[in-house]
Design a protein around this ligand. Structure first.
Ligand SMILES: Nc1ncnc2c1ncn2[C@@H]1O[C@H](COP(=O)(O)OP(=O)(O)OP(=O)(O)O)[C@@H](O)[C@H]1O
Ligand SMILES: [Mg+2]
Length: 239
């Protein structure tokens, strides 16, 4: 099982969009099962999948409480969701939370550093950090890496993903170049371009592959899927 935590303490950078579309893309490309976990009390991931957290029988709290009857919400043959729980917010660190039978677990974390986030970083294989191509975002990444160091989480686990990228903007190109210089292989070579279809699709409760399969957004997330599958091989080779 491969476990990916999607995290950035900055809000609105593309975490939920990445969780949804990476999950859907992995399910389609690999034919294996993907479990998406909506750990953000805003429950945006649940909503982006066309579901309402309040009307579902199970949520993150039941999953963490290890309720024997717990079943993730089945979205399609390969995709399932552990829906967000608005209330009460998670109080305790996660100990052994990833028991779900599945090939991939993708966790959409809230935009803040919490004890849960730290323990999930310990449990997950990869920390995928979507970020916007702005100079100030770089400071946030340095702070994130300091936090990881304090918690003894290896930086080799971190991958930065530029989202809402526009090649026509000098500032975006400059930030990309600086990030490459500063963070090396922690920065993924591929970017997710700014694409209005990605902004529209949650309104229809659909992932980008169903909503706009020929869009730039679908193309970019399909490329990300390939990169993640390659990371899986890389981890297996390293044992
Ligand atoms: N590549 C993109 N192109 C255009 N719009 C995008 C793109 N990625 C995300 N968006 C839009 O930007 C907004 C923020 O994205 P998203 O909700 O994924 O961020 P987030 O990091 O999960 O936010 P939060 O911290 O509030 O959970 C949303 O309206 C989303 O549809
Ligand atoms: Mg979000």
């Amino acid at each position: 099982m491969m476990k990916i935590l999607i995290f950035n303490q900055k809000g609105g950078v593309g975490k939920t969009t990445t969780a949804l579309n990476l999950g859907a893309g992995l399910a389609k490309a690999s034919g294996k099962t993907v479990t998406l976990v909506d750990l953000d009390p805003q429950t945006h991931l649940t909503a982006a999948m066309g579901l309402r957290a309040e009307t579902l029988p199970w949520n993150v709290s039941h999953w963490l409480a290890d309720n024997q009857k717990f079943q993730p919400e089945i979205i399609s043959a390969q995709l399932q969701l552990i829906a967000g729980d608005c209330n009460p917010p998670l109080q305790r660190p996660l100990n052994t939370p990833l028991k779900t039978q599945t090939d991939y677990v993708i966790i959409d974390a809230p935009p803040m550093w919490t004890p849960e986030v730290a323990s999930l970083m310990q449990l997950c294989d990869w920390v995928l950090t979507p970020m916007e191509p702005e100079f100030l975002s770089m400071q946030g990444i340095s702070r994130l890496m300091q936090r990881m160091e304090i918690e003894n989480i290896p930086w080799s686990r971190l991958r930065l993903l530029l989202c809402r990228y526009d090649d026509r903007l000098v500032v975006h190109r400059e930030v990309r170049a600086r990030l490459t210089e500063r963070f090396g292989q922690n920065l993924l070579a591929e970017v997710i371009r700014n694409n209005v279809r990605l902004a529209e699709s949650p309104g229809y409760g659909q992932n980008i592959f169903d909503y706009a399969p020929t869009s730039a957004g679908a193309e970019d997330y399909a490329t990300l899927v390939k990169t993640i599958l390659a990371l899986e091989n890389y981890s297996m080779e390293r044992g």
